[in-house]
Design a protein around this ligand. Structure first.
Ligand SMILES: Cc1ncc(COP(=O)(O)O)c(C=O)c1O
Length: 420
């Protein structure tokens, strides 16, 4: 067969703002894309092919921690590319060791396993939990408890752990061994936990997000998490936090669990860890450090390039005192969102969030969806993302400035004025 070069631009469109039928795409139809081609970025800004400049309050969905084209990342990754990009986990990888040291020195964890994404990190956690159930609790069919409103990723076990059934449709049967309780509902959790324990259906772990991102920016209640921690401790059940969206400074502390004052045994990371480069991690305490050679693996996981990216993000968070800045910017953003929520009370009922993961909650009884606002914001050259139909999510780069937050709020105001 004769080889042909790829045509330069084949953007598939699915009827969003300003879209018009364009050339057919060679991509599968997994995404409904907005009809803009982003070709360049700097800090909190991105440019489309036609030169349009957008303020990016999506940041690759809470991923581009240091914004776009960050100088420190460019420098360290260019150096790493010239040195060594990838070798197998058959060999010792000093960058991986260095990253594991940084993560464990800055958390309760004792050791780390590296992979490439959030779903993969959760898959590793699920396997770890099952092994823990078998060897530490003598359970034949270990059960993992998850929240009905959760999101843990799209691979088969991660989506089975995801409580929102809309993600299951068409892919049944789901993987066995997950049972669900309602988030922030002490009674729902306690009843399920006690019933399973009483009837001898062994629980291996509880897997939960400290703040639910995709589920609608639901902030975990301290008393709820304290109850879960106490139940897990007294029954020798692993407590696993999915910090894929909350980890790496997003909430104003390095880890979301610090906001709750409740320490899990295991936590998973991805998104912001590599600042836009693919890396996921599983972090465990002493008791959960049970994987043996051959138990789990990943070809790309923790390669020198990805680890260098995550090390740079971590060190830049410290060097630039970003945690304090995230707290300040988060407060400024929150205050502005409260004002907008009050001004447009026909659209919104409340705001939710901590640090730079914030949400505006839409009224139940209106026709407008969060996607309508996202589309309208695009016309104001502001990138936003929804978290379900009823929550507008704002997750800018962790480096966003005071002036840029004001600009974000002003663009959002303009778009809401038109919608209201
Ligand atoms: C809490 C949480 N867990 C897991 C995932 C899945 O991560 P990934 O898309 O990197 O597989 C996501 C992605 O949105 C997430 O928010």
């Amino acid at each position: 067969m004769e080889l042909v070069d790829a045509p330069h631009s084949k953007c598939g469109t699915f009827g969003f703002v300003g879209s018009s039928p364009t050339a057919p795409t060679s991509l599968m139809k997994t995404y409904q894309r907005f009809p803009i081609e982003l070709v360049k970025g700097k800090g909190s800004w991105v440019w489309d092919k036609k030169g349009g400049k957008y303020l990016d309050a999506v940041a690759g969905i809470a991923t581009c921690s240091l914004g776009h084209s960050d100088k420190a990342l460019i420098k360290s990754l260019s150096k790493q590319l010239r040195k060594l990009q990838h070798v197998s986990n058959l060999y010792e990888i000093p960058e991986q060791e260095e990253l594991a040291k940084w993560l464990t020195a800055n958390s309760f964890a004792k050791s780390a396993f590296f992979c490439n994404s959030g779903a993969e990190a959760n898959e590793a956690a699920i396997k770890l939990a099952r092994k823990y159930g078998h060897i530490k609790r003598n359970i034949d069919n270990p059960i993992i408890l998850c929240s009905k409103e959760s999101f843990h990723g799209r691979t088969l076990a991660a989506v089975s752990a995801t409580g929102q059934t809309k993600y299951h449709k068409g892919f049944e049967p789901m993987v066995n061994g997950f049972k669900f309780f309602s988030y922030n509902d002490n009674e729902s959790f306690e009843n399920l936990f006690d019933e399973l324990e009483k009837t001898g259906q062994g629980i291996a772990a509880v897997l939960i997000e400290p703040i639910q991102g995709e589920g609608g920016i639901n902030i975990g209640k301290k008393s709820f998490f304290e109850l879960i921690r106490a139940k897990c401790t007294s029954s020798n059940v692993l407590l696993i936090f999915d910090e894929v969206q909350t980890g790496m400074g997003r909430t104003g502390t390095l880890w979301g669990y610090e906001q709750l004052g409740v320490e899990p045994d295991v936590f998973t990371l991805a998104k912001g860890l590599g600042g836009g480069h693919a890396i996921g991690a599983l972090l465990v305490n002493h008791q959960a450090d049970i994987f043996q050679p051959g138990d789990h693996a990943s070809t790309f996981g923790g390669n020198p390039f990805a680890c260098r990216a995550a090390l740079t993000v971590g060190r830049e968070i410290q060097r630039r005192d970003l945690l304090n800045k995230i707290k300040e910017r988060g407060k400024q953003l929150k205050e502005g969102l409260i004002k907008l929520s009050n001004k447009y009370s026909d659209i919104f009922m409340s705001t939710r969030g901590i640090g730079l993961i914030q949400g505006l909650v839409l009224n139940d009884n209106i026709k407008i969806t969060s996607l309508d606002i996202v589309k309208s914001a695009l016309k104001e050259k502001l990138l936003l993302v929804s978290a379900g139909a009823k929550v507008l999510r704002i997750v800018p780069p962790l480096t966003i400035s005071k002036k840029e937050i004001n600009e974000l709020l002003s663009r959002l105001d303009k778009c809401l004025m038109k919608l209201s």
